[in-house]
Design a protein around this ligand. Structure first.
Ligand code: PAF
Length: 278
């Protein structure tokens, strides 16, 4: 397994693979790999001739008062996990090779970024779209793999790939949950035992909402109220029912939607969602 740390080295390796007729899968990550990431890696290894995982804690997607410094960095154990799963290359650039002195170009994906995390984290999707576009340009993958836990991120990337003619297949994989329902996240590492049990209220509330949806409820306000009532102990950022494609809030559920929650537990921000199609 190669570990490449500059855009030039990454592009040279990728082009060699392509010249040898191989398809390339990319799994973009910020490291601190958990089962959610590993499910993306397994899918890529199964479907592509070679797989690259990028590991880069991307500064441009963190706001000034967010957890950039505290974000878990576990490169050695991430590397072992990648090796075990049969990854061919890790791309782990340094911040100044991604954003050298004088860097001035950003990708903004309008509309899809307006609500949910986009409303409370103003620079987040600009940073995500920018870094993912840069990864796509350097790795030139055939397919790129993302987790549906960040459903809005998936929608932003799909929109960007379509609008900017990237010609890359975006593969979205289901949310991976702990046995008790908690959605896997690198930020779960911040939670104390007590906070972790409070965090479970998010998935419990979403599963209760799913029961109501399965029973025929289609009023978004009713679903929002049901979930909000279940989020004891958390500070709610948003509870929203949005169209699955353009991430705009809906009043009634006629087509595919995401029911999405963003909430704070102390200093930890957690997100989760369920997809529903009537
Ligand atoms: O989902 C993440 O871990 C990040 O937002 C991504 C896509 C790797 C971009 O930094």
């Amino acid at each position: 397994m190669m570990v490449l740390d500059t855009p030039e080295a990454m592009r040279t390796w990728s082009r060699e693979q392509r010249a040898a007729g191989k398809t390339i899968g990319l799994v973009p990550t910020m490291g601190a790999l958990h089962e959610g990431h590993l499910s993306l890696i397994r899918a890529s290894v199964a479907e592509c001739d070679v797989t690259v995982a990028s590991i880069f804690v991307n500064p441009t997607q963190f706001g000034p008062n967010e957890d950039l410094e505290a974000y878990p960095r576990t490169f050695d154990s991430d590397k072992s996990k990648c090796e075990e799963l049969g990854i061919d290359a890790i791309y782990a650039p340094k911040p100044d090779s991604m954003y050298p002195q004088g860097y001035a170009t950003y990708v903004e994906v309008e509309r899809v970024s307006d609500h949910l995390c986009g409303a409370s984290r103003p620079v987040f999707f600009r940073g995500v779209a920018t870094v993912v576009a840069k990864l796509f340009n350097v790795v030139e993958p055939d397919r790129a793999y993302f987790g549906q836990k960040d459903a809005q991120q998936c929608a932003v990337i799909r929109r960007m790939v379509h609008d900017l003619d990237f010609g890359i297949e975006i593969v979205e994989m289901p949310i991976v949950r702990e046995p008790d329902g908690l959605a896997m996240s690198s930020r779960n590492a911040y939670l104390s035992d007590n906070e972790r049990s409070v965090a479970l209220n998010i998935s419990k509330a979403l599963f209760a909402a799913r029961e109501q949806l399965d029973a025929g409820e289609r009023n978004a306000q009713t679903i929002r109220e049901l979930i909000t009532a279940g989020l004891a102990g958390l500070t709610i950022d948003y509870v929203e029912v949005v169209d699955a494609d353009d991430i705009q809030p809906v009043d009634r559920i006629y087509g595919p939607v995401f029911i999405a929650v963003g909430a704070w537990l102390g200093k930890t921000r957690l997100i989760d969602n369920i997809a529903f199609t009537p």
